[in-house]
Design a protein around this ligand. Structure first.
Ligand code: ZN
Length: 230
């Protein structure tokens, strides 16, 4: 692991396409070389592009693919390209997973943290109907990781049902509070989908910071965390 000027700008890990978005963008996974123990994914909400940026920056400290960690830098490339929380169909992908509590009701979210829930998105016509959701489900089933870290923003906490060794290390790397429950149901979320499959899903909610400040504060500690987990 190193942060050198000549390597900072390039992702040198090999990737494969695990699916295509609504608009046809490739969904890329950087697989582990050996058995996948941890999957780290970012950018499932298009209005959180800093999650993709920070994860990419951390991965760029490594010359080749991890031994036991697979990475998805952007689970919603159309949303990032369009600047929308949902995908190109207007679906909040994090409410589109086929969970037992999936509901067809509109998904309300906040434009800013202090605001009322002022933005309405669809959870999809049916559970798991969006290509990005289906592709991610297939990927997880194929990789069979022991844990998943899904990176979001801007709440600034680590949301995980149990304080496991991975959570503990992540907390040390990011110095963010651990929350066993975010306090409201998230039907159709990726986290709920994982929970129903007894797969550990840790939501890393980055604090509200501009990308370069996120890199300054967490770039190296995130990379060190990944090295230690691998
Ligand atoms: Zn999010």
């Amino acid at each position: 692991m190193k942060f050198e000027p000549e390597t900072r700008g390039i992702l040198r890990q090999e990737s494969f396409e695990y699916g295509r978005s609504v608009l046809g963008a490739p969904l890329l996974c950087y697989p582990s070389r050996g058995k996948c123990r941890l999957l780290v994914l970012a950018g499932i909400h298009g209005e959180e592009p800093e999650t993709t940026f920070l994860l990419s920056r951390a991965v760029r400290a490594f010359e080749r693919n991890f031994e036991h960690i697979a990475v998805v830098l952007c689970a919603n490339p159309d949303g990032i390209a369009l600047g929308t929380r949902g995908n190109a169909d207007g679906v909040d992908l994090n409410r589109n997973f086929a969970t037992t509590n999936w509901v067809a009701a509109p998904v309300l979210s906040r434009s800013i943290l202090e605001a009322e829930r002022d933005t309405s998105l669809s959870p999809g016509k049916s559970p798991g109907c969006e290509p990005e959701t289906r592709a991610l489900v297939s990927l997880v089933e194929r990789l069979q990781p022991e844990s998943v870290i899904s990176v979001h923003s801007p709440i600034g906490c680590i949301d995980a049902p149990r304080f496991t060794p991975v959570v503990e290390r992540l907390q040390r790397a990011f110095d963010l509070p651990w929350k066993p429950d975010i306090g409201y149901p998230t039907p159709g979320s990726f986290g709920t989908w994982c929970k129903e499959r007894s797969l550990e899903c840790i939501t890393l909610e980055l604090p509200r910071l501009a990308p370069e400040l996120l890199f300054e504060r967490y770039g190296e500690s995130f990379a060190r965390f990944l090295a230690a987990q691998d």
